[in-house]
Write a protein that binds this ligand. Structure first.
Ligand code: FAD
Ligand code: NAP
Length: 541
């Protein structure tokens, strides 16, 4: 049965993924009245919804987990190097049960609207269940990649077969055996699911617009002795990641790839290829900034594709073109390229011959070619970062709506707050390192900083905290300045909002490094939250 949310709260948390669950727990331990609302019927966020075959983490399990509770660290044992979706969802449930979090969550409850009441300094929150909640503070833990983006293809909604999105996969799974399956999208989700789909379906048609770079995951079971050893020194291990630019333990190269002789380059690349994982991205210092340097790794990957894929025409189609290595998210693959050697898989280049429409059971290309399908899987990504926020009618000071305030792209201070929207905090969203770091490190840092800030306000009689416009202008410029020289600006990716028609082309993630970002946030707190206007007052009941 649904837990009815209280009508008065110190803090409302929106979203029951990793961010929201930790926020709920931490505010409880700080003694605040707090409740969490979740649109879905269970917890887990990304890892509840992305149940497509092959869904898996691209950060190692021992890094992609919480560190705030030593007993949880001791009691949970990871099985795989890169955990699959079921293992991560089991972990999230383990944590939630261990900390008795469900009792503080209303499931099947979507926040529809949040209006700032300036007189009482509270948010008036409305849900789709008819709840009306007055909350002094609201933490948006509503996710970065929680709003699936469907492709704008004529007739797709009337597809006569089964239409699926990887980001909202049916809870009970899908029977693909013996079916003709089409997949649109070859980013991380597509690359993960295509090999698994091909193992079940009668025929799989991959409709590829842009080939992504993928390198082997080399996933394997973890050695129990290694896991136990890591547990015994986990906080020290984690402390290194907390101050690392990416929130990981990745070694960052100091040489330029342009200064290294071809033999040494090849040896380095082969080492990464054999080890698997994304560390190749940091092999040389200029991979993020110099196209000629990045191209060396790109050429190496293309050579491997040509080696693995037997049909030369298919191999050529799978070789990424038109953007530098690393400009889009590097995908970790398991059996992806070898899948194209199967007789029941065909690759269709929909950049050369674009999708025109869906007609009944067929995807029809501009040339008139028809691909008859029983199941159409869209692995077409998400309306990232701003999508989940803009889906809510958020109205701040003087009636300003968030989409209007951010019409040219997100404007934040530290990614945590935005001018005109007091007492509203976003976890791991735009303006912070977020998804370009090990997100679990970034989530813990954000949740701890935000909840400390809220607690400080209650303890010192502050009733509202609003980001100053000039602090926001400086931070927004800083985010832009750090990103501008990087190759991320050259990939037509969701990082830039390029995958959503009409979205402003703005790179809004902070690339200055997780450790450096942490120091900046800590300094803001030490300077009595400089950058926020803090208003003291009586709390009206
Ligand atoms: P989410 O897990 O997205 O949770 C947000 C929750 O908010 C959802 O449950 C949603 O239903 C709820 N919600 C949203 N709006 C409302 C509303 N209006 N009312 C009520 N509830 C609402 N990151 C990595 O670092 N490594 C990875 O390997 C990795 N893999 C990923 C794989 C996939 C398939 C995807 C989609 C993302 C991946 N990410 C990865 C990024 C991922 O977003 C984060 O790692 C992390 O899971 C985010 O947790 P979260 O709690 O912030 O958000
Ligand atoms: P994505 O990276 O945005 O990829 C979407 C794919 O769909 C692209 O190949 C895109 O082609 C294609 N596409 C979109 N609209 C299309 C259309 N109308 N016609 C043809 N093709 C179309 O989305 P994603 O793969 O879901 O990944 C999003 C992010 O989620 C990742 O970058 C990552 O951060 C996270 N994720 C991580 C993992 C993991 O490994 N742990 C797994 C899944 C997701 P274009 O490139 O041409 O636009």
């Amino acid at each position: 049965m649904r837990v009815t949310p209280p009508t008065e709260l110190d803090v409302l948390v929106v979203g029951a993924g990793f961010s929201g669950l930790y926020s709920l727990h931490r505010l409880r331990t700080l003694g605040r009245s707090v409740h969490l609302v979740e649109a879905d019927d269970d917890l887990g966020g990304v890892w509840y919804r992305n149940r497509y075959p092959g869904a898996r983490c691209d950060i190692e399990s021992v890094d992609y987990c919480y560190s705030f509770d030593d007993s949880i660290v001791r009691e949970w044992t990871w099985a795989e190097r890169y955990p699959a979706q079921p293992e991560i969802l089991r972990y999230i449930n383990f944590v939630a049960d261990r900390l008795d979090l469900r009792s503080g969550i209303s499931f099947d409850t979507r926040v529809d609207a949040m209006h700032w009441d300036a007189e009482d300094s509270v948010w008036l929150v409305a849900t789709d269940c008819g709840d009306r909640i007055r909350a002094r503070h609201v933490i948006m833990a509503s996710g970065q990649l929680s709003k699936p983006q469907f492709p704008d293809i004529e007739g797709i909604k009337d597809f006569s077969g089964e239409l699926l999105h990887t980001g909202d996969w049916p809870r009970d799974g899908v029977e693909l055996t013996g079916k003709r399956v089409g997949v649109i999208g070859t980013g991380s989700s597509g690359v993960q699911t295509i090999p698994q789909v091909a193992k079940q379906a009668a025929h799989t048609t991959v409709l590829q617009r842009t080939a992504h770079y993928a390198i082997p995951a080399r996933n394997h079971d973890l050695d129990p002795a290694y896991v136990e050893d890591l547990k015994s020194r986990f906080q020290d291990y984690r402390e290194i990641a907390r101050h690392h630019p990416g929130g990981t333990h990745r070694r960052i190269g100091t040489e330029s790839a342009l200064d290294v002789d071809p033999g040494a380059l090849e040896e380095t690349f082969r080492g990464h290829w054999e080890k698997g994982g994304p560390d190749i991205l940091a092999a040389y210092r200029d991979f993020r900034t110099d196209e000629r340097a990045a191209e060396k790794a790109g050429d190496f990957v293309k050579e491997r594709i040509r080696e693995i894929v037997k049909d030369p025409e298919t191999a050529e189609k799978l070789c990424p073109k038109g953007y530098p290595f690393g400009a889009k998210r590097l995908v970790l693959e398991i059996d992806y390229y070898t899948t194209f050697n199967r007789d029941n898989v065909s690759l269709v280049d929909v950049k050369a011959d674009p999708i025109d429409r869906v007609d009944g059971s067929a995807v029809v290309l501009e040339s008139g070619a028809r691909h008859e399908l029983d199941v159409l899987i869209t692995a077409t990504g998400f309306d990232a970062l701003t999508g989940p926020l803009f889906a809510i009618d958020i109205v701040g000071v003087d009636g300003q709506r968030l989409p209007d305030a951010w019409k040219d792209g997100p404007r934040t201070f530290l990614g945590i707050g935005t001018h005109g929207f007091p007492n509203l905090y976003v976890v791991a969203g735009a303006g912070s390192p977020s998804v370009l770091s090990n997100v679990l490190i970034s989530i813990e840092q954000h949740v701890e900083w935000i909840t400390d800030f809220i607690d400080h306000q209650f303890r010192t009689g502050i009733i509202s905290a609003e980001v100053d416009e000039d602090a926001q202008d400086r931070w927004t410029q800083e985010v832009y300045d750090v990103a501008a020289p990087t190759l991320f600006m050259k990939g037509n990716s969701w990082y830039l909002g390029a995958n959503v028609p009409g979205k402003p082309r703005v790179f809004s993630l902070y690339l200055g490094g997780v450790g450096h970002y942490r120091d900046i946030c800590d300094k803001v707190a030490a300077d009595d939250y400089a950058g926020f206007t803090l208003t003291r007052g009586e709390i009206k009941s």
